[in-house]
Ligand binder design. Structure first.
Ligand SMILES: O=c1ccn([C@@H]2O[C@H](COP(=O)(O)O)[C@@H](O)[C@H]2O)c(=O)[nH]1
Length: 228
């Protein structure tokens, strides 16, 4: 079975990211490329990863008017990545346009929507004008994503049990904010350990710094895969 671990390659340069990836195998993890690395290393770097057999989550969180997001999704799908994402707060029309944009592809990427960033707690969410609890807002946006035809959402593992009950077993729950016992929480607010995430029924965990900044990344990867 392929791994449910997605490693966030949050590195400033392609050289640093490649040095990290060198000992890894596609059987033990998928890889996530976000803003920092994509801006510095570009589409060619993504192709290098897919060329090595890795399933790549291109985490660019598109959030714009429907036409612009649809075009961006087409361009991202053209890179042959495994998964892409948009912000659910962009609304149903935007998500539907993203879905339709992928229709012409033989093997389209999974299309998921960010609900409430895992760095946000109730106070930060209220600061944006949303007075609901984070879990309530996640539920609302996840239902909107599902009814717009998306394959799943980015959420905290803390919301996984609720979303599984509501949206079924096939809906993808991709969960950052994962912190192995004893690791630094950093800027994440809604966190869970890998084992808690598995028990909650997540589809994938996204882990960055607890692996990339570890003294022995391979040991952390092995332990997380065992926990999952
Ligand atoms: O709600 C979200 C959406 C995306 N992320 C991304 O996941 C990783 C998490 O990295 P850590 O170092 O394990 O905190 C990072 O690339 C974020 O951009 C998220 O954390 N929360």
């Amino acid at each position: 079975m392929s791994s449910r671990l997605i490693i966030a390659l949050d590195f400033p340069t392609a050289a640093q990211a490649l040095a990290f990836v060198e000992p890894l195998s596609p059987a033990e993890c998928k890889l996530k490329v976000g803003f920092e690395l994509f801006v510095s290393a570009g589409p060619d770097f993504v192709r290098q990863l897919t060329g090595r057999g890795f399933e790549v989550f291109l985490d660019l969180k598109f959030h714009d008017i429907p036409n612009t997001v649809a075009s961006a999704c087409k361009a991202a799908a053209g890179l042959g990545v495994w998964m892409i994402n948009v912000h659910a707060a962009g609304g149903a029309k935007m998500m539907q346009a993203a879905r339709e944009a992928l229709q012409g592809f033989d093997n389209p990427p999974k299309l998921i929507a960010v609900t409430v960033l895992t760095s946000m707690d109730k106070v930060q969410l209220a600061g944006t004008g949303v007075t609901a609890e984070p879990a309530q807002q996640v539920q609302h946006l996840a239902q909107l994503a599902a009814s717009s035809g998306l394959d799943g959402v980015v959420c905290s593992a803390q919301e996984a049990v609720m979303l599984r009950q509501l949206l079924g077993d096939d809906f993808l729950l991709v969960t950052p904010g994962i912190r192995p016992v004893g690791s630094d929480q950093g800027d994440q607010s809604r966190v869970m350990t890998p084992a808690q995430a598995r028990e909650a029924g997540v589809s994938y965990v996204v882990v960055g710094r607890p692996i990339t900044q570890a003294a022995d990344p391979q040991a952390v990867i092995t332990q997380i895969n065992a926990d999952l």
